[in-house]
Design a protein around this ligand. Structure first.
Ligand SMILES: *[C@@H]1O[C@H](CO)[C@@H](O)[C@H](O)[C@H]1NC(C)=O
Ligand SMILES: *[C@@H]1O[C@H](CO)[C@@H](O)[C@H](O)[C@H]1NC(C)=O
Ligand SMILES: *[C@@H]1O[C@H](CO)[C@@H](O)[C@H](O)[C@H]1NC(C)=O
Ligand SMILES: *[C@@H]1O[C@H](CO)[C@@H](O)[C@H](O)[C@H]1NC(C)=O
Length: 633
């Protein structure tokens, strides 16, 4: 159409017109613009902007302010971000395509699309509205212009048998636990707080779980897989208690104060608020004839002694305070018990051995007795005595004394004493052994201090005896229910070295003298022995002679008796025969004597005549002769 006009002008005018025409044509030809299919022309008009997308060919007059621009090439994995100049609004254009921008649009850039695999997701948050959406893979995603995804592409949590996901619902403000198996992708406005593993409770375990909303605790008993709830806390996992046959467990509920007792064999799970006051399981007590228990009943506050034979397990509200064994009192022993009022009771074995349990509120009276060993020096060690020995007891003493002439000595010895009255003793003293020892020693010191050293040396046995005699009658012992039975000195030694040396010399001298004496004595002994032997010999000889003499005497006596009998016969015949003639018996006897005398004179004379014997006449014989001559003849 323009061409037709140009040729008409060429035909009508000439040079100027033709020139003008020519210029016009040149301009026109130069203004022919060819826009391909990937281009557009942006016309920038005084008041507005316009675009015309290719492909086309057009004359664009030079006075028109315009711009040919390429379409934006967006790849498959990309999207273009276009910005509107006037509204500043953004527009996302996903690839793949050539994007013709709008008249007011500029290219902000090309971005990579969000690529998500199968178990991936992205949380998109609108900057303007705060609105959230969650898009899960597999997909590629072009976010809306105002959407952000600050956490990027996230992987879903795969929930299996052992794990769970704790989520927070931002709308409701509540937490919840997702345990459903599978890949977990949170919903919009849902935040994952944590992934948590379940806790395996073994068959012998249990867990104490606290509900944080109610404050209540509960037990979860194994074997199980424990998943802690959103508002729960596992306070502890503990071992179940296994009670054997002779074991028991006392459980006190701290909330209610009630108690229960569980007896074995059993498996025990204490309640969440229960506690074992005894510190766990306890062994039952076997009660026998020799063993009993003191039990406190916490309902009544009373104690009792349980002696029933068998296995003893306390009831609820009972406590085993003490296991008591029986005290055996032998025949030589005594024991004393004290009750709460302080009353003493004596259990004596004197009437046969005895055995007893202490009653709940009783105790055995304990005493501390001094123990004196041969070398002990005060203060001596003490021993605890509960069973009092009623036998006579030995004690050693070791004491320093001074004689009246001031010689210092250490004397040692033993003393025997015996408990006579147990209750009196306990009432008076806690250490009878100490008392007896002190008293007896002071008595001994007093006795020694009255004697001189010489006296002491000569009769120390007597001094001890005197001291004992004085002590034995001392009411001190009686008032303590004991008796001092003997006091003996076994050794004395000098304390001063000088005295000891002198004593040593004296002893040596005495020993020498004793030795000499011994020597003399043994010589004398030899002599004496010889004498004794001689005497014995002589005695035997005497005995021989005596026996011989006795035999001869016996023989002679027998002969004599025969002759005597003969003589008597003849004398009787002679004397009695004259009874008629001479009446007086004395006269007849005199006559017989004369007859006999004459007989004997005749024998003497015949002996003289026949033997070599010589006759000596003594005056008495002469007297006799003379008197006979005068009176008798
Ligand atoms: C979050 O709580 C709201 C309000 O109670 C509820 O409507 C929504 O379903 C909950 N979201 C999920 C994922 O449970
Ligand atoms: C403890 O004492 C209470 C009150 O006296 C009594 O009822 C209860 O039986 C006693 N318990 C036992 C085990 O004896
Ligand atoms: C022992 O003492 C007694 C009483 O003092 C006394 O009579 C006696 O003679 C003494 N014995 C000796 C051997 O000294
Ligand atoms: C003398 O003894 C004879 C005989 O024995 C006797 O018979 C006689 O009577 C005695 N004469 C006198 C006086 O006793």
């Amino acid at each position: 159409m323009g061409d037709n006009l140009a040729f008409t002008l060429v035909g009508g005018g000439c040079a100027a017109i033709c020139l003008g025409l020519l210029i016009f044509i040149i301009v026109m030809l130069a203004s022919i613009t060819v826009v391909n299919e990937k281009q557009q022309i942006l016309f920038i008009l005084p008041t507005t902007k316009e675009v015309k997308n290719g492909p086309f060919t057009e004359i664009v007059w030079p006075h028109l302010n315009h711009e040919v621009r390429d379409a934006v090439q967006v790849e498959l994995s990309e999207y273009a971000v276009l910005k509107h100049e006037r509204t500043q609004e953004l527009r996302h254009v996903p690839g793949p395509q050539f994007v013709f921008m709008g008249a007011y649009e500029t290219l902000e850039g090309k971005r990579t699309k969000i690529v998500m695999q199968k178990q991936e997701y992205v949380r998109l948050i609108d900057k303007m509205t705060g609105e959230e959406r969650v898009v899960a893979g597999p997909t590629t995603l072009v976010p809306n212009p105002l959407e952000e995804y600050p956490t990027g592409v996230e992987t879903a949590i795969v929930i299996g048998a052992q794990n769970a996901v704790l989520v927070y619902n931002k709308t409701s403000g509540l937490k919840s636990l997702i345990t459903e198996a599978g890949a977990f992708i949170p919903a919009p406005y849902e935040e994952i707080l944590s992934e948590q593993q379940a806790r395996l409770l073994e068959p012998l375990e249990y867990a104490v779980v606290k509900d944080l909303l109610t404050g209540e605790a509960r037990n979860e008993v194994g074997p199980k897989l424990l998943q802690q709830g959103p508002y729960e806390e596992i306070l502890a996992t503990k071992q179940k208690m296994v009670l054997e046959k002779d074991e028991y467990l006392q459980l006190l509920d701290k909330k209610t104060g009630t108690e229960r007792v569980l007896k074995g064999p059993d498996q025990v799970v204490p309640g969440p608020s229960e506690e074992a006051p005894g510190g766990g399981k306890q062994k039952a007590v076997f009660l026998t004839d020799q063993q009993a228990v003191v039990v406190l009943n916490r309902t009544s506050g009373q104690r009792r002694l349980e002696t029933t034979n068998g296995v003893f397990i306390p009831e609820a509200y009972e406590r085993v305070l003490e296991v008591r064994t029986k005290y055996l009192v032998l025949t030589h022993q005594a024991a004393v018990t004290r009750d709460v009022q302080g009353n003493l009771r004596e259990i004596s074995g004197a009437d046969g051995s005895d055995a007893f349990f202490l009653q709940p509120y009783e105790e055995l009276v304990q005493m501390q007795w001094s123990v004196y060993q041969p070398d002990s020096v005060d203060p001596v060690p003490k021993e605890t005595v509960t069973m009092i020995d009623l036998r006579s007891q030995k004690m050693f003493y070791n004491v320093e004394v001074r004689t009246s002439d001031n010689v210092k000595m250490r004397i040692q010895g033993t003393l025997f004493w015996q408990v006579k009255n147990v209750l009196t003793m306990i009432a008076m003293t806690a250490d009878p052994a100490g008392d007896v020892s002190q008293r007896a020693r002071s008595g001994l010191i007093a006795a020694v201090s009255k004697a001189t050293f010489a006296t002491f040396m000569n009769e120390f046995g007597n001094i001890t005896q005197q001291a004992f005699a004085a002590e034995a009658t001392d009411p001190f012992y009686l008032s303590r229910g004991v008796e001092l039975q003997s006091l003996e000195m076994t050794k004395y030694e000098m304390v001063d070295q000088e005295t000891a040396n002198i004593l040593q010399l004296i002893i040596q001298e005495s020993t020498n003298r004793i030795n000499q004496l011994q020597q003399q004595e043994s010589e004398n002994d030899v002599k004496a022995a010889k004498l004794v032997a001689d005497i014995e010999l002589e005695k035997q000889r005497t005995s021989l002679i005596t026996t011989q003499a006795a035999n001869e005497k016996l023989q002679a006596s027998l002969q004599g008796q025969a002759a005597g009998t003969e003589l008597v016969e003849s004398a009787v015949a002679f004397i009695d025969g004259l009874n008629e003639t001479i009446s007086e018996v004395t006269d007849r006897t005199s006559l017989y004597r004369l007859h006999q005398l004459l007989d004997s004179r005749n024998i003497d004379t015949s002996n003289l005549a026949t033997g070599q014997a010589q006759l000596f006449l003594t005056p008495s014989n002469l007297n006799l002769q003379l008197r006979m001559a005068n009176n008798e003849l």
